[in-house]
Design a protein. Structure first.
Length: 281
């Protein structure tokens, strides 16, 4: 299925959680001199306009990044992330929001490499335009990201940050992410893997969360952020989750400080909240 376009949802609450966690993980990876690869299985278009086009139709960014744009009481780690978004916008107005590849682009060093997969023909064209000229540093492939990931592991530098965030429009995506993580851990157990998923009132989500902690990873972190109570009719996304395998040791404390703030600032009703669990050997 190739109907999903992330531009409709760019900058929403789920993007804020996903990209903030990604920002923290990449910043931590940069503390070591040794290069690493950033691998994105569902890269999207790279950059999204918020002042015209798809994003203004639902204006989901107004319940996400826009609520943090002018806050003067941000926790330090969240302030650093917002400054990255402001640097991309090059001004006081919020006109653009970066997808995960563009967030990574701001943090990757000259010795690091990005490997980006996107199957949608329109989005992969935009992604290539965003990274043109890319050179050896960035490779963009129009390919199924699950298959592409398998071919890349283990990466030559033996360091990698992998983001997996399919649209979950097809029920089989829930099974595919578990299979992808199992296979990846067998091929490259020391990589850092970030899985994003939506909080929906669907049995597939409950099954996914049950199976994530049973993958056998030595260290993992599980964070969720809800902005409103689940709908009475059972439809719609009320939040999202991030499951991180081999997370930075600093990430649990960082999220413990920032998730309450995000839940308060992005809340639409009293049903907003967060949860955080982590496991270490």
């Amino acid at each position: 299925m190739l109907s999903y376009r992330h531009a409709f949802h760019a900058g929403n609450h789920a993007d804020v959680l996903k990209h903030f966690v990604l920002h923290q993980v990449l910043a931590y990876a940069n503390q070591k001199d040794k290069p690493y690869w950033y691998i994105d299985t569902h890269a999207g278009a790279g950059m999204y306009a918020l002042d015209h086009g798809y994003a203004v139709q639902n204006a989901e960014f107004e319940q996400g990044i826009a609520r943090l744009w002018e806050c003067n009481d941000l926790p330090d780690s969240l302030q650093s992330f917002i400054e990255l978004i402001k640097h991309i916008n090059r001004g006081k107005a919020l006109k653009h929001y970066p997808g995960s590849p563009a967030v990574a682009q701001e943090l990757l060093r000259g010795s690091d490499r990005a490997r980006l997969f996107e199957l949608h023909p329109s989005d992969v064209k935009l992604l290539r335009q965003h990274f043109k000229p890319a050179g050896r540093e960035v490779l963009v492939e129009q390919q199924d990201g699950f298959a592409g990931l398998k071919a890349l592991l283990p990466p030559p530098p033996r360091r990698a940050v992998v983001l997996i965030d399919p649209p979950y429009e097809e029920k089989r995506d829930y099974q595919r992410v578990i299979e992808a993580l199992k296979d990846s851990l067998q091929r490259f157990a020391t990589g850092t893997y970030l899985l994003w998923y939506p909080l929906l009132q669907r049995p597939e989500v409950d099954l996914l969360t049950d199976r994530l902690a049973k993958l056998g990873a030595a260290s993992w972190l599980h964070a969720t952020l809800s902005i409103h109570a689940p709908a009475a009719d059972g439809f719609g996304m009320h939040g999202s989750g991030m499951f991180v395998i081999n997370p930075p040791w600093t990430l649990p404390d960082t999220l413990q400080q920032t998730l309450p703030y995000l839940a308060e600032k992005l809340a639409l009703d009293d049903g907003a909240g967060y949860a955080l669990r982590h496991h270490t050997p």
